[in-house]
Design a protein around this ligand. Structure first.
Ligand SMILES: C[S@@+](CC[C@H](N)C(=O)[O-])C[C@H]1O[C@@H](n2cnc3c(N)ncnc32)[C@H](O)[C@@H]1O
Length: 347
């Protein structure tokens, strides 16, 4: 480690150049060749400053330049365009995070998150579309691997899993993967109102679009009957939640787990995917950094340690005071910081 390491950590120029291109919405205009003055005119920008920004994007090899024409390089056209391969939603989400993270010193001084400092507690607000699109962009990289790690065959044979509930299923990327792995299952997503309309864009061309149903609601307050039916006859073999607990307080996670257990069939599984920490709370480093994202953007969310979550699971008791969880196990995924905890429930 030397001073280069520290200076590299403090290097933000590339990030801000790309995020500014996203914020000014000039990338769609660069899907085909355009001059700086055309771009500046279309977006009401200063021509000289626009030209310098575009030159910097060429220097970053995001654009190429021929005479006075700029265009996105062919490597990035799909990623910076529309459609399912686009990462524009993720970049816009990062732009919102840039704004909240810029308050980090004040957040550490006060212990209040960005939204509390602003006087509004909705961590997603008007950014919901960007947020869900961002989750789609990250979900496609890890959903298949998550299901392989879950080892559905080992769970008792594919035939034994008839139903899956995905809580906070967002853009339906994991639900699509469950449908692929377990043909014919009853697949239900429970997420907040407004999300299923955004998920529709990822389901539009999916063969599973009619197999996935949605329940609009807040997992912590929704009626049991809306999830498992009046008589409780629609419980699920797997109750799954990915990247949900990190936005919740420990009390909320306990309530979530109680509900997950209530909605699972005896002998079924509760599965929580998230960015987990070892007990020292500093490793893996990505989970430790993600913890700052939650400090910044949620009132009480955080990166949880494996043992915090597994302890909560093992304390779950049913109405008669009996133990709900037979055993828990956990595994890191290949990125080295995402992981899943599986709780096998008593029969
Ligand atoms: C970080 S995203 C994760 C999306 C997806 N599960 C994934 O891993 O890519 C969290 C999701 O949980 C949903 N969510 C957060 N709190 C919720 C709550 N209290 N009730 C229902 N859904 C919630 C959000 O709307 C969002 O879709």
């Amino acid at each position: 480690m030397n001073k280069q390491y520290l200076l590299q950590i403090a290097d933000f120029w590339k990030t801000r150049i790309l995020l500014t291109a996203v914020e000014l919405e000039i990338l769609p205009l660069l899907q085909s060749p355009s001059t700086a003055s055309n771009i500046a005119r279309a977006k009401d920008l200063d021509t000289g400053a626009t030209e310098r920004l575009l030159d910097a994007l060429v220097a970053l090899e995001i654009l190429h330049k021929t005479d006075n024409d700029y265009e996105i390089t062919h490597h990035f056209k799909k990623e910076l365009g529309d459609g399912v391969h686009s990462i524009i939603g993720m970049l816009r989400h990062r732009l919102h995070l840039w704004n909240s993270w810029s308050m980090l010193s004040e957040i550490v001084r006060s212990g209040k998150c960005y939204y509390e400092l602003k006087g509004s507690y909705d961590e997603r607000g008007e950014n919901l579309v960007d947020f869900i699109r961002a989750m789609a962009a990250s979900g496609v990289n890890i959903a298949e691997e998550t299901l392989i790690a879950l080892d559905l065959e080992a769970f008792g044979g594919v035939g034994d899993v008839d139903s899956v509930l995905d809580i906070g299923g967002g853009p339906a990327i994991f639900a699509i993967e469950f449908c692929k792995a377990l043909p014919g299952i009853r697949m239900v997503i429970l997420d907040r109102p407004g999300v299923k309309e955004i998920a529709a864009e990822f389901l539009e061309n999916s063969p599973y679009k009619d197999e996935i149903s949605f329940i609009d609601g807040d997992v912590l307050t929704v009626d049991n009957a809306d999830v498992i039916g009046e008589t409780g006859d629609k419980k699920f073999d797997i109750v799954f939640a990915s990247n949900l607990i990190h936005s919740m307080s420990p009390d909320e996670v306990r309530e979530l787990l109680r509900r997950m257990a209530r909605w699972a069939n005896p002998g079924g599984q509760i599965v929580l995917k998230d960015f987990y920490l070892e007990d020292n709370r500093t490793h893996p480093s990505r989970s430790a950094l993600f913890d700052i994202n939650m400090l910044t953007n949620t009132p009480e969310g955080k990166s949880y340690t494996w043992s915090e979550v597994e302890t909560m699971m093992n304390y779950l008791v049913n109405e008669n005071g009996g133990k709900v969880v037979k055993k828990t196990s956990h595994v890191y995924l290949s990125d080295g910081f995402s992981g899943i905890i599986v709780a096998d429930l008593n029969g």
